[in-house]
Design a protein around this ligand. Structure first.
Ligand code: FAD
Ligand code: SF4
Ligand code: SF4
Length: 410
């Protein structure tokens, strides 16, 4: 039997695969349509599959934009706090429409800003992520124009998404889009925009959210199992939203719902299924976006975030002058309410982001010692973040990463 012809692997994709560095953004598939496709691999992550040899231009473009290989951040005169990256303005806020505020993951500010961008003609449509039609715990990229579609896609979905994979078709449409993606997605998109004016013209506004990491579909299935159900019985699944933080909620064929708190679903299950790239992510706060939203948790007397159900409040960060201008315009148009926020209080209510940034140097050092490929980060103040940890904590992180990396894989 004739064997399949060998396809010379892209060196960039080979390095990413060797280090398990893929974030699953889909940029490589967008840059090599028909030659790279995104597919789901065990235990349920989105990964590129190379189907045909790449030309030199595609090879170079992927090497330049893939967030698995690295990221470059330039403060360019903006305030640049060590843990949070460059920004021009920060506040809290929420959607003034109670339906949007309720549907949103936090205060629905991100969805309300998207609605303003369409209503005011800044963009024609929004590229965002909603539930997959054929997999209740999965995601699909959607192009939304109607407010009902934006509300349907509101709420965080803690599962893989590759919102850049269909970019070529969006650029070819000649329309202008607001893009919503994970910080790694928007870092790749910015790098693509810098290389290709047609992509820059198609995406005049880029939005993101703080991101602690993407769990596999195995994580979603584990939540269903803990709820006493499974994929076969589930027709709809929300990870959160419909309240703040809102519950992970599975709906079966009869309309019966089973629900679990955010503290239990994310804290005890989903966070244990996060992909490797996310554990060494230097930019979980969306430094490449114009506007970033996050949870503006209340904190208790000990300074820890409180996850009790409440009316949602989004943290809203303008990273660029354009972002600040659009937030002000959404406020003036009555789409969002805003309040002042002191960025010095952010470390207390975002312990996950804080600790990952401080641990990053130790984790990267451990992987380098083992000869494992790691992303090349510039401008992300990794040394300054590590200095916020005592030496003992950095050593503990280094040894912990060495131990986990050397553990035989199941
Ligand atoms: C994987 C993940 C990890 C997160 N980690 C943190 C964290 O550590 N700290 C924190 O404060 N917040 C985190 N969030 C974000 C947070 O839950 C809220 O999305 C954010 O606070 C904005 O709330 P909102 O109500 O303003 O947004 P909404 O109005 O609810 O809008 C959310 C937007 O995000 C898009 N979206 C949802 N899921 C995905 C996905 N998987 N991929 C791409 N786009 C998606 C939706 O299409 C929608 O446009 C995370 C979200 C995700 C998806
Ligand atoms: S991180 Fe994105 S660009 Fe890099 S290999 Fe994975 S899907 Fe492709
Ligand atoms: S943690 Fe970082 S690498 Fe992982 S999905 Fe979020 S932004 Fe991407």
């Amino acid at each position: 039997m004739a064997s399949a012809p060998l396809i010379p692997a892209s060196p960039a994709l080979a390095r990413v695969a060797r280090g398990d560095l893929c974030a699953g953004c889909g940029a490589c598939a967008a840059l090599a349509p028909g030659r790279i496709a995104m597919e789901t691999v065990a235990p349920g992550y989105l990964r590129p599959r190379q189907l045909a040899p790449l030309d030199a231009g595609q090879t170079a473009a992927i090497a330049a934009v893939c967030p698995g290989l690295g990221q470059d951040v330039q403060a360019a005169g903006r305030a640049d706090p060590v843990l949070w990256g460059p920004y021009t303005d920060v506040m809290t806020g929420w959607a003034r429409d109670p339906q949007v505020r309720f549907a949103g993951s936090s205060g629905g500010a991100l969805s309300a800003i998207l609605m303003h961008l369409i209503a005011s003609g800044v963009v024609d449509a929004v590229v965002q992520t909603g539930a997959a039609p054929d997999l209740a715990i999965g995601n699909a990229t959607t192009v939304s124009v109607a407010e009902t579609a934006i509300i349907a896609a509101a709420g965080s979905r803690y599962a893989p998404s590759a919102p850049l994979a269909d970019l070529a078709a969006q650029v070819a449409s000649g329309k202008r889009f607001a893009f919503v993606g994970k910080p790694c997605d928007v870092a790749a998109l910015r790098a693509m925009m810098a290389r290709d004016p047609a992509i820059a013209a198609a995406f005049p506004v880029v939005l993101s959210f703080f991101c602690a990491g993407v769990p596999s579909h195995a994580g979603g299935r584990a939540v269903l199992a803990a709820l006493g159900t499974d994929l076969d019985q589930t027709v709809r699944f929300r990870f959160r939203g419909n309240g703040w933080p809102g519950q992970a909620t599975a709906t079966d064929h009869t309309g019966q719902t089973r629900a679990m708190s955010y503290h239990d679903s994310w804290g005890k299950i989903l966070s244990k299924h996060v992909q490797h790239r996310c554990k060494i992510c230097a930019d979980g706060t969306g430094t490449a976006a114009d506007i970033v939203c996050a949870d503006a948790w209340e904190s208790d007397t000990a300074g820890y975030p409180v996850f009790a159900e409440a009316d949602g409040i989004s943290l809203i960060v303008a990273r660029t002058p354009l972002g600040a201008e659009l937030i002000a315009a959404a406020h003036a148009a009555g789409r969002i309410e805003t309040q002042a926020f002191d960025i010095n209080t952010l470390a207390a209510i975002q312990p996950g982001q804080r600790e990952r940034r401080r641990a990053l140097l130790a984790r990267l050092t451990a992987l380098r010692l083992l000869g494992r490929p790691v992303p090349r980060y510039t401008g992300l103040q990794i040394l300054a973040a590590a200095r916020q940890n005592p030496l003992r904590r950095n050593l503990k992180n280094l040894l912990g990463t060495l131990r986990r990396a050397l553990r035989p894989r199941a």
